[in-house]
Design a protein around this ligand. Structure first.
Ligand code: ATP
Ligand code: MG
Length: 339
């Protein structure tokens, strides 16, 4: 098995990013590499230029994301961790696949429709061809399995369609160029809400820093933010149904369960009937306890640019070695002369 997954580089990482995205990568790494499978994890910096962006931020966020991933448990010796821009085979294969992908297929992509909105004429060509680059990202490595959330299912289907058409048009059944990747549904990811408003999600773009726990927050800051988190005056219920209509309480209990690796029911079993005066300090301490080692490594690593660049360079070189044979076969299949 070979698992390939990408994430866009972002800065100002918070608890939502950790519990909703990064932690799943760590879990998959630990589970799959222990069984002798390979995990390739990349930062989708080439994808990031499909929307308006600030170059200095992209570079900083790419390094910041590596620091966060490693601090959270991605081991660059176990997984192949790299950024697309250092593996030019991604962009090369995309161009080759552009000959196979159909306008009609891309026109049907809901992400394109959502992100371009009414301003299709003003959208970048990269935003339109984004799913073809995604297909290249996984086909380049003969990925057998790709973790996909609900929103990316359609793009994986497209990658399979492109691979199948390319194989049909330019290869033989006995020697296909590309493997058709299967989706794997990642373990259920927690959706973490804002500490100030249980109906909005925790996000780096929320102007209030009190709305989120950042991976850079120290213990005192975490305790203060939890203490000041919005709640209601009722004690916690003993049953999950009692959290209905209480989004702030549900969010805090959800954070506790996700962080402790237990169920909502188990948390309510322990804290049902208690007020927030008891629950909040317990939650704060749990967060400090679990985030302190991550925070220490993250704060350390993010200022060590040389170490981060070494991690990326090493990952990219391993990725290139895996990518080149497939890319060469694709060139040859298309009749492109490579000397
Ligand atoms: P923005 O406000 O700019 O959209 P963000 O805080 O939502 O930023 P993203 O960069 O959009 O962060 O997301 C990075 C990853 O983290 C994605 O996989 C996303 O699903 C996940 N994620 C972001 N916020 C949360 C959250 N509150 N709960 C769970 N997962 C989250
Ligand atoms: Mg977001």
């Amino acid at each position: 098995m070979r698992i390939v997954s990408g994430i866009q580089p972002t800065g100002n990482l918070h608890l939502g990013n950790y519990l909703g995205a990064i932690r799943n990568w760590v879990r998959m790494q630990d589970e799959f590499t222990a069984q002798g499978h390979e995990c390739l994890y990349f930062l989708a910096d080439l994808h990031a230029i499909s929307m308006p962006h600030t170059p200095a931020d992209l570079a900083a966020n790419t390094r910041e994301m590596v620091a966060a991933l490693v601090a959270c448990g991605i081991d660059p010796d176990k997984s192949i961790l790299f950024n697309q821009a250092q593996v030019p085979q991604h962009a090369e294969l995309q161009w080759l696949l552009n000959g196979t992908a159909r306008m009609g297929w891309l026109n049907r992509m809901t992400q394109w429709k959502d992100k371009a909105g009414k301003n299709r004429e003003g959208a970048s060509v990269a935003l339109f061809t984004y799913p073809v680059l995604q297909a290249a990202d996984v086909l380049l490595y003969q990925a057998t399995h790709v973790p996909v959330g609900e929103d990316q299912k359609q793009h994986l289907e497209l990658a399979r369609d492109i691979a199948q058409k390319f194989n049909n048009d330019f290869a033989t059944e006995a020697a296909p160029v590309f493997t058709l990747p299967d989706p794997i549904i990642p373990p259920e990811a927690a959706r973490i809400m804002s500490l100030r408003d249980g109906s909005g999600k925790m996000s780096k773009s929320d102007p209030s820093d009190m709305s989120r726990i950042n991976l850079t927050d120290d213990a005192d800051t975490i305790m203060t933010k939890i203490k000041k988190a919005k709640t209601d005056p009722e004690p916690l219920p003993s049953e999950k149904a009692g959290l209905e209509g209480r989004p702030e309480a549900a969010n805090l209990v959800g954070i506790y369960a996700a962080m402790a690796g237990t169920s909502i029911e188990a948390v309510l079993g322990e804290f049902g009937g208690s007020g927030f005066g008891r629950f909040k300090p317990a939650l704060g301490e749990l967060l400090v306890d679990r985030l302190a080692p991550i925070n220490a490594r993250f704060v350390d690593l993010r200022q060590d640019r040389a170490a981060l660049d070494t991690i990326l360079a090493k990952g990219a070189s391993r990725a290139r070695a895996l990518a080149v044979p497939t890319l060469e076969r694709a060139y040859a299949a298309l009749g492109l002369v490579r000397g």
